[in-house]
Write a protein that binds this ligand. Structure first.
Ligand SMILES: [Zn+2]
Length: 408
């Protein structure tokens, strides 16, 4: 892999940027061309560092003289119409950038934070709405996709789990929302922050400083005649209880929670103090997801997996696949190629664990069983674990065994 420290040492400091307006546009278009997800503009003691995050890794783009800091940051503030003279407090805003190559507007979320050497600016490129509808990008295997589709037909409580934050939970949440026509349903969301605007969906933004929180919103929402409710995140008992109540009164409730597996989510809610009998009847599905690096399809080649690892891999796959099939699996790895854009992987790949909460789990929920106990029972009811899902995807040459076994 690329050694950023070496690159940084070798890279000369660029003097004054000739045209700041032009420079900022170029940064945006370069980021979009490469498929970067974030742009970091970082003032350091001796220079201004410009980095892109792309497929998890950082790439150094520019090393500019410190005299460029003020003009560049001011230019960004002008673009987003925020207070130019405010540099002591963090600010958040959005820039709409017209990407001429694809003839469309791209939303860029901007955040500034004062640091020891000036304000640091981080910009997240929000992928246009169209990419959200593409199911392939979510990478559900057929058996899970079927479960998800079935569960979405019901009015219950559905929870999505993302761990870590990098798992891009919002993409999945919005994909779920896209299954419903907002003109046929009353859809309300409370987000933090609002990333994508969706036509005819009532989106609100959390404002804890004025007391507008998840729980106050949920309480007012019942008087808004909603069908589908999306709560960005469940962090406390109050929000959890209100969400359960909403689900029990025939609303489809979507939300996320920070845990590390599907069954741990159920346990977490029990620990938060949600009544188990309510939980057992209100909950329908938990999707746990993670992101792995996707294999470059251009330079992949067969790989001999270490026999010990291979044995483990097979043991994980036997319960869900035909034995002969498992024994004949071939795995791949990748090489460096032009198409990888200087990174060994081209894109990310989701792996999932879909837990259907149904009558079989009720007893365990009622007696507050551990996440492990629930997982063991769920596996008997055909839950594919996140590790198994990752290994299936390795067997499909979408990712590598090394990536998958990180999840053990
Ligand atoms: Zn490649």
């Amino acid at each position: 892999m690329i050694d950023n420290k070496e690159i940084l040492e070798w890279m000369p400091v660029q003097k004054t940027v000739w045209d700041v307006v032009e420079y900022v546009w170029t940064i945006f278009s370069r980021a979009l061309e490469r498929g970067a997800s974030d742009i970091h503009i970082e003032p350091t003691e001796f220079f201004l560092l410009v980095r892109f995050r792309q497929d998890w890794d950082f790439f150094i783009i520019d090393k500019l003289d410190r005299e460029n800091i003020s003009p560049i940051i001011t230019r960004l503030k002008v673009l987003s119409k925020v207070k130019i003279d405010e540099n002591k407090k963090p600010q958040d805003w959005k820039i709409v950038y017209y990407y001429s190559k694809e003839n469309k507007n791209i939303d860029i979320r901007v955040s500034t934070l004062p640091t020891a050497f000036w304000e640091k600016v981080v910009m997240r490129i929000l992928k246009p709405d169209a990419t959200l509808t593409c199911i392939e990008r979510l990478w559900f295997i057929d058996v899970n996709l079927e479960k998800v589709r079935e569960a979405l037909k019901s009015s219950y409580w559905i929870i999505l789990v993302a761990w870590p934050t990098w798992s891009w939970k919002s993409t999945t949440l919005f994909w779920v929302l896209k299954n419903y026509n907002p003109l046929e349903y009353n859809i309300s969301t409370l987000e933090d922050p609002i990333e994508y605007n969706i036509e005819y969906v009532n989106q609100s933004q959390v404002k804890p400083e004025i007391g507008f929180t998840f729980s106050t919103w949920l309480r007012s929402l019942v008087r808004q005649d909603p069908d589908i409710i999306m709560v960005w995140e469940i962090r406390d008992k109050e929000t959890a209880t209100l969400a359960v109540e909403a689900a029990l009164t025939w609303h489809l409730v979507l939300s996320t929670i920070h845990t590390n597996s599907a069954t741990a989510t159920v346990q977490r809610l029990i620990n938060m103090g949600v009544e188990t009998f309510l939980l057992a009847s209100a909950m329908r599905m938990v999707i746990s997801q993670r992101l792995l690096k996707k294999m470059c399809q251009n330079c992949k080649k067969p790989k001999d997996v270490n026999p010990e690892v291979l044995k483990k891999v097979r043991d994980f796959l036997y319960p869900i696949m035909d034995k002969a099939e498992v024994d004949n699996l071939v795995f791949y790895e990748w090489e460096w190629c032009e198409k990888c854009h200087n990174t060994w992987f081209k894109w990310r790949l989701w792996v999932h664990e879909v837990l259907i909460v149904w009558s079989y789990l009720e007893d365990l929920i009622l007696k507050k069983a551990s996440a492990n106990e629930m997982a063991e029972l769920a596996k008997k009811h055909w839950m594919v674990t996140i590790l198994q899902d990752a290994l299936i995807k390795a067997a499909m040459w979408l990712t590598t065994v090394d990536q998958a076994i990180q999840l053990i």
